[in-house]
Design a protein around this ligand. Structure first.
Ligand code: ATP
Ligand code: MG
Length: 495
């Protein structure tokens, strides 16, 4: 159901207060005016600066300038009407406004009037939660963006110095790149692309993608990674890699035609430094999809809006760039709810977490979720229930052959020929080492060689292995507990 229809249904069903979350006041108002016209209702808009105004410009002026006056005006109207309240969320922490709004909610239920709160942020005082229905107004889809682009092209048709040359393919590329932008942002991005070099063509897709990265960065909760890490940089973890390789093909049209469901997500649990984060990054390289890292710390920090709102926004943004990969690193830090001093209280964590779980199961856009964690005791058990993720993998310390491969990768990464070293001996000596500890061994050995003004030798590597006390020794108990937990709940990432 499209959003206009959804709003219409709510209004006809006499929902009294609807909260629409959107940055795009103009687009939302257009929709509401159209709904009002269809249902033969007056449409009013209230703002802090102008009070209540009728859509035809007729105003009630200064006497409705306060939120309470605006609501009283709405209560007093006899005819069927929609009241759009802009800026209203900023007044909601006033107890009088809150009470008035509850009166409105009650009175409107038996009337043909609807109050619509319109704001880019969602802030509902707990008392009002039951009275308010929330709608996330979606960003423009490809068709809507296409109309904006066509309008721009029509304007430029007779321009002497501007040249627009769009094949169907380029047009599609530009529109896909602009998904996730608001209408205004998309218009600005298109205009910028034209003005920069006097034309609009294939080369502008990159520019629009970078505009979108800006938007994502500004959100403060998602970080955009280009697909750069290759799967070959991950040593071992054969079962995980094979699983991922197979799932990668499932995003194609062909797979859909074959009847394959789109993969939803995977949870990686494992010992520190054994390649969870690395694997997440490598999937994006393997599948050639952008990777969005969700910073759970800032979701809960309170610096950029409420936790619930942040989570919703992150999910919407991720959907708007889909197909993509959404990476939740160190899940336990956000969702544990036990660290009340660091983040927020357990109640909020549970609510945010609940909406995440629902989304994980019901999302319709191809957003693949990779979640990583190394401390399961802090995770809510619902998360591990079957069916949330497509699979839960357990990443253990690397075995002998995997350690050899990890040495090979890190020696090669430092521009040395791995075949000049006895990898088997190194791996044997490094029993119990994690991937990250192996990397550290290679790095410190390089320092030693450089200090000596010699070349990196087997002895440098062996000596550094000898000097390292791996976590598997200092935290043996923790690791054993994790293994016990994983034994019949997760699939081993190494075959
Ligand atoms: N299997 C591996 N193959 C190659 N390199 C590895 C592997 N595991 C770890 N490393 C190296 O160690 C670094 C750290 O690993 P990574 O960040 O993936 O660990 P992690 O499992 O996410 O640990 P944490 O639980 O501490 O977040 C990687 O960037 C990589 O260089
Ligand atoms: Mg990590």
């Amino acid at each position: 159901m499209d959003v206009a229809r959804q709003i219409e249904v709510l209004i006809r069903a006499r929902y009294s207060v609807i909260y629409i979350v959107s940055w795009e006041e103009e687009r939302v108002e257009q929709t509401l005016r159209a709904v009002g016209e269809k249902l033969d209702k007056n449409v009013f808009t209230w703002t802090v600066t102008q009070g209540m105004l009728h859509a035809d410009g007729r105003g009630s002026g200064a006497s409705t300038g306060s939120a309470v006056q605006g609501l009283e005006f709405a209560l007093a109207q006899q005819d069927p009407a929609i009241f759009i309240m802009r800026d209203f969320d900023t007044t909601l922490n006033d107890p009088i406004v809150e009470r008035k709004l509850r009166d409105v909610a009650k009175a409107f239920r038996s009337s043909y009037k609807t109050l619509v709160i319109l704001s880019p942020v969602l802030t509902i005082p707990p008392h009002l939660e039951k009275e308010i229905t929330v709608i996330d107004y979606p960003l423009p889809d490809e068709a809507a963006l296409g109309e904006l682009l066509d309008a721009l092209i029509a304007q430029l048709r007779d321009h002497p110095t501007i040249h627009v040359d769009l094949t169907d393919e380029t047009r599609e590329g530009i529109l896909k790149a602009a998904l996730g932008l608001t209408a205004t942002e998309a218009e600005d991005a298109f205009a910028k692309a034209v003005i920069l070099n006097g034309k609009l063509d294939r080369d502008d897709i990159g520019l629009i993608v970078s505009e979108k990265q800006q938007v994502i960065r500004k959100s403060g909760i998602l970080e955009y990674y280009e697909a750069e890490e290759q799967i070959a940089t991950v040593g071992g973890l054969g079962a995980l890699k094979e699983w991922l390789q197979k799932r990668g093909k499932a995003f194609s049209e062909k797979a859909r035609a074959f009847g394959l469901p789109e993969p939803r997500g995977v949870l990686l649990i494992g010992v520190q430094g054994c390649g969870k984060s690395l694997s997440a990054k490598a999937v994006s390289g393997l599948w050639h999809l952008p990777l969005l890292r969700l910073d759970l710390g800032s979701v809960f920090s309170g610096i950029v809006g409420s936790s619930e709102m942040n989570m919703r926004r992150a999910m919407r943004l991720a959907e708007s760039v889909s197909p993509c990969i959404l990476w939740l690193d160190e899940l336990e830090k956000g969702f544990s709810g036990t660290r009340s001093s660091d983040f927020s209280d357990a109640g909020v964590a549970a609510r945010v977490f609940g909406s995440f779980i629902t989304w994980l199961q019901e999302k319709t856009q191809p957003v693949f979720v990779i979640a990583t964690a190394n401390n399961i005791s802090a995770l809510p058990p619902e998360l591990m229930r079957k069916g949330r993720f497509d699979e839960i993998f357990f990443i253990d310390l690397p075995r002998q052959d995997e350690r050899e491969e990890i040495f090979r990768i890190h020696i090669a990464r430092r521009e040395r020929d791995p075949e000049r070293y006895n990898l088997r001996a190194l791996a044997e000596e490094a029993e119990g080492f994690s991937g990250s500890e192996i990397e550290q061994v290679v790095i410190s050995a390089l320092y030693d060689a450089f200090d000596r003004a010699g070349e990196l030798s087997q002895e440098d590597l062996m000596a550094n292995i000898g000097n390292t006390v791996p976590l598997s020794q200092t935290r043996a108990e923790e690791i054993e507990a994790l293994r016990d937990w994983a034994r019949d709940r997760a699939r081993p990432a190494s075959p």
